[in-house]
Design a protein around this ligand. Structure first.
Ligand code: FCB
Length: 443
């Protein structure tokens, strides 16, 4: 397997600000929608919040040393908008900016390549008070925030990701309310999705306007859809599911149009987004790469009791602690499909990993299942690479256990175990396996 990854292939680990930083009220950080949401009882498992999380804000040096010890090339992290603009816009908070400057400096010191995500879901609450992503103005505030960071950090960060998983930000945040801001309104969800994509386009334009030499892209959560049976009805249902969850985000960015089949269904129910004349042109401003977060696949059957005419079927294979079916072939299929349908756009896997019930025994976590999961998915990526898929890098989710959104601290995705009461870090067996895998490639 080692052989198929080219020398310049970028290996990394990934995290996100609200999930690891803690220090929720330090150095002028403003409130985010996740502070508000997680502090509202009943929204997260055990009412967990990100107040302390992995205390990364105070331990970033130790954590970056840990990253280095794994032998990876790169680190994907996100910037908390409310640290930079506590109210979403206006006067920047220099202490917040300074934190990221120090993180980036530390990364460079260890010869690690920073991949910075601008938005991994922690919207300033002040902007939510004005409607959040359902309000078009938020897109403009986002691109101003982005432009400020490009100017401040663009010389030392050469890989930027505008958004992480706008599907989740829109549908979980505004549709079913499982995520912050906890709104349950389908119309707002569709509109929020549109504004997220529009803000992405504005940010890419801001990046080009800043005259920087690096690369910018977006990260989407993509899950290939397979028909439950080889029958026309199920095949059509799977195509609709694909258009709803995958192409609704891929096509505007990479082709400049929304999939018609879903637009029609939305219109029939008065749910289509309000868009302005140049929106799709702006949304499809060329990007340098597409980031993919892949965890599982979906199996789809036709179901006419449902607005979109499909339902999900359970998979046939082993599942992780999230209940997600383990299906490495889906990653291969997805990579091949993206290459074919989207004109060879350079790809990064910006997240892939798994949640299992980890137990720390004598300072050791024997997470054989996670090791197997990673190995199988690396193999799938390798197979795609050997078929000329322009895959440039691979980031494991996650560097360490963290605040898994509505599931709080109970769900562990790290290759590093966090003992929350002491904040001690322990390399799980999967981390050691990853380290050895990277070492063997280089020797
Ligand atoms: C993705 C998120 C990431 C993490 C993983 C498990 O949807 O981007 O923050 O929660 O799932």
């Amino acid at each position: 397997m080692e052989l198929c990854f080219p020398k310049e292939f970028i290996w990394g680990v990934a995290t996100a600000s609200y999930q690891i930083e803690g220090a929720y009220n330090e150095d002028g950080r403003g409130e985010s929608i996740w502070d508000r949401f997680s502090k509202t009882p009943g929204n997260t498992l055990n009412n967990d919040t990100g107040d302390v999380a992995c205390d990364h804000y105070h331990r970033y040096q130790e954590d970056i040393e840990l990253i280095k010890s794994l032998g990876v090339d790169a680190y994907r992290f996100s910037i908390a908008w409310p640290r930079i603009f506590p109210n979403g816009y206006g006067k920047p908070n220099l202490k917040g900016l300074d934190f990221y400057k120090r993180v980036i400096e530390e990364l460079h010191k260890h010869k690690l390549i920073p991949f910075a995500t601008l938005y991994h879901w922690d919207l300033p609450q002040a902007l939510q008070d004005k409607g959040g992503w359902a309000n078009r103005d938020t897109a403009k505030y986002f691109s101003d925030y982005a432009y400020y960071l490009f100017n401040q950090l663009g010389a030392s960060v050469s890989n930027w990701i505008t958004h992480n998983e706008p599907w989740c930000a829109a549908n979980l945040g505004y549709g079913n309310g499982h995520h912050a801001p906890g709104i349950k309104d389908k119309k707002q969800a569709v509109q929020a999705g549109h504004h997220l994509l529009y803000s992405h386009g504005l940010a890419v334009q801001a990046y080009r306007a800043a005259g920087l030499w690096g690369q910018i892209g977006i990260t989407l959560n993509l899950s290939p859809k397979y028909p439950a049976a080889a029958e026309e009805e199920d095949i059509q249902a799977a195509l609709r599911a694909d258009a709803l969850d995958n192409r609704w985000f891929l096509d505007p960015i990479l082709i400049g149009e929304y999939p018609e089949v879903i637009w029609e269904i939305y219109s029939k129910h008065g749910l289509e987004p309000q868009i302005q004349a140049d929106d799709l042109k702006i949304m499809s401003t060329p990007i340098d790469f597409l980031g993919i977060n892949y965890y599982t696949r979906s199996i789809i059957a036709s179901d006419h009791n449902n607005m979109f005419g499909f339902k999900h079927y359970p998979g046939k294979n082993e599942v992780t602690e999230m209940g997600w079916e383990i299906y490495p072939q889906g990653l291969y299929d997805l990579l091949i499909r993206l290459k074919n349908d989207y004109n060879n756009i350079p790809l990064y896997i910006t997240e892939n990993g798994a949640c299992f019930k980890d137990r720390l025994i004598n300072c050791r976590v024997n997470d054989q299942q996670r090791k197997d999961y990673l190995k199988q998915h690396f193999t799938a990526a390798c197979k795609a690479l050997s078929e000329q898929v322009p895959l440039k890098g691979y980031f494991v989710w996650s560097l360490m256990d963290n605040f898994e959104w509505a599931f709080g601290y109970e769900r562990r995705f790290g290759i590093v175990y966090i003992d929350y009461p002491t904040q001690q870090r322990f390399l799980k067996d999967s981390a050691k396996w990853y380290r050895d895998f990277l070492n063997s490639k280089r020797s």
